[in-house]
Design a binder for this molecule. Structure first.
Ligand code: NIG
Ligand code: FE
Length: 391
C-alpha cells in the first residue's frame, strides 16, 4: 500500500457536489489522500492524516484531470502549408487527410512512436490524464493495425478509424473499400482497439456505408462512436443515436430535431472547438445542446489537419468565448463530459474511490483556464496518484 497526501489546495474542483459547492463541488483549503492510485480521502487540509509522502501545492487550484475523448495522435508528416493556404482563403476538405496517409505509411515504427510520444507529453503538460487515440492515417490492413498497436502503447482508449477517407487506390470504388474496412482490416485491427469510428460526412463516408462499418465493428466486439456533421449534415446524428454510439463528435451543423434526439439518447455530444478555430468555420452554439439537456463533452481533436492542438485549456477558452459555454460548463465538459463520452465512471471527478487523476493549476480558480487564453497554467499533472508532469 502506498499513500500520498496533496495538501494546501487553495481551491479544489472535485466535480462531486457531496464534496463541495455547486456542480463543480468546489472546496477551499482542502487536501486529498491517494492510496494505491485512488482517491481515499478528501477534507480540510489541516485535518489531513499522515501519508507516505506529502506534497503541498501552496494554495494552488486542483481540478480533475482532463479527459480528451477525441484525438488522432499516430501519424507522420507536416501540413502546415495546408493550414497557411487555408488562412489565405482555401477551404478545408476531407481530402487533406490523404497527405498524412502517404507520410504515415512511409514512416518507421520508431518514427510513429516518437511522434505519438511527443504529443502524449504535450497532453500531460496540458493537464490531460486520459486520452483517446484513433487510427485512420494509414488506411491499409497492415498499417491500420500498426497504428493501433502503437497507440495502445500509450492508451487503452484506442479507436479503429479505417473509415477516415477512401484512400487513392480505391478511388471511385468506395464500396470495395468499405468491404475491406468491415472485413479484413477490422479483423487485423480489432485486438488493438476498444472503439470503432467512421468519418460520416461530405467527402468521406455516407450513412449506409457508416452503418455497415459500425455494425461490423460492434459484431467484432468494438464499441461505436462517430464523426458527425462537421462539414455537412448528411444524417450522421440520426445514425449515432440508432446505433447507440458513445459519442457523436464535431456537430458543427445541427438541427433542433437532432439536438432532441441526442438529448434523449446515451450518445454524448462532443464539441471540438479547435477544429472550427483551425478551419475558420462557424462554431456550433452549445447553448442549444445544454437547453435540451444533452450531455456535452469537449475534446482537442488533436490531428495534423483540422486541429493541431493538445491544449484542452485553449479548447475551453474558445468554447467559452465562441460557443456559448460558461467556464463551469467548459470544465465539466472537458472532464466528466469526456469520461462519459468514453463510457468511463472511474475518471472525470475526484470522489472517493475514483482514480486519482488531477492537474494542479498555477491560478486562484479554475475560471482562469478560460480567462487567461494561451497562458500555460498547468503546474503538474498526476495520473493514478503518480506525477507524470512537473513544470
Ligand atoms: O476530426 N474530421 C475528420 N478527421 C479529422 C481531421 C483529419 C485531417 O484533416 O487530417 C477531424 O477533424
Ligand atoms: Fe477527428
Amino acid at each position: 500500500m502506498s499513500s500520498v497526501a496533496i495538501t494546501d489546495i487553495g481551491s479544489l474542483v472535485s466535480n462531486d457536489s457531496n464534496i463541495g459547492d455547486g456542480a463543480l463541488g468546489i472546496r477551499t483549503n482542502a487536501a486529498i489522500v491517494v492510496v494505491d492510485g485512488k482517491v481515499a480521502w478528501i477534507g480540510d487540509s489541516d485535518k489531513v492524516a499522515d501519508a507516505d509522502e506529502k506534497v503541498s501545492v501552496s494554495g494552488k487550484t486542483v481540478i480533475p484531470g482532463f479527459v480528451d475523448s477525441h484525438a488522432h495522435l499516430v501519424f507522420a508528416g507536416d501540413r502546415s502549408e495546408e493550414f497557411s493556404a487555408r488562412m489565405n482563403g482555401e477551404t478545408y476538405s476531407a481530402g487533406g487527410i490523404k497527405t498524412t496517409v502517404a507520410a504515415t505509411r512511409a514512416a518507421s515504427d520508431e518514427e510513429l512512436r516518437a511522434n505519438t510520444s511527443r504529443l502524449v507529453s504535450e497532453l500531460h503538460r496540458s493537464g490531460v490524464t486520459t486520452f483517446e487515440s484513433k487510427s485512420g492515417y494509414a488506411l491499409d490492413v497492415a498499417n491500420e493495425a500498426r497504428s493501433l498497436r502503437i497507440a495502445r502503447e500509450f492508451t487503452n482508449e484506442t479507436t479503429f478509424l479505417g473509415a477516415h477517407v477512401v484512400p487513392v487506390e480505391f478511388a471511385n470504388r468506395s464500396d470495395d473499400y468499405v468491404e475491406l474496412v468491415a472485413g479484413e482490416m477490422l479483423h487485423a485491427a480489432k485486438s488493438h482497439a476498444k472503439w470503432i469510428d467512421v468519418f460520416c460526412d461530405r467527402g468521406a463516408f455516407d450513412v449506409d456505408q457508416a452503418r455497415t462499418i459500425l455494425r461490423a465493428g460492434v459484431d467484432a466486439g468494438l464499441q461505436p462512436r462517430i464523426h458527425a456533421n462537421q462539414l455537412a449534415n448528411i444524417g450522421a446524428v440520426k445514425l449515432a443515436v440508432e446505433l447507440n454510439c458513445a459519442s457523436a463528435d464535431h456537430l458543427s451543423h445541427l438541427t433542433d430535431k437532432e439536438i432532441d434526439a441526442l438529448a434523449g439518447s446515451n450518445t454524448v455530444a462532443t464539441l471540438l472547438p479547435g477544429a472550427e478555430f483551425s478551419t475558420r468555420s462557424t462554431y456550433p452554439d452549445a447553448r442549444r445542446l445544454f437547453a435540451a439537456g444533452a450531455t456535452v463533452a469537449l475534446a482537442t481533436d488533436c490531428n495534423p489537419g483540422s486541429s493541431f492542438t493538445t491544449s484542452m485549456a485553449f479548447c475551453m477558452a474558445v468554447a467559452v468565448r465562441d460557443m456559448g459555454f460558461s467556464p463551469e460548463q467548459a470544465l465539466l465538459a472537458a472532464t466528466v463530459g469526456g469520461a462519459k463520452a468514453l463510457r468511463r465512471s472511474d475518471i472525470g471527478a475526484l470522489s472517493v474511490g475514483m482514480r486519482a487523476d488531477f492537474a494542479v493549476l498555477n491560478a486562484p480558480s479554475y475560471i482562469h483556464l478560460s480567462y487567461r487564453p494561451g497562458v500555460d497554467l498547468v503546474d503538474s499533472t498526476w495520473v493514478g496518484g503518480k506525477n507524470v508532469y512537473q513544470r
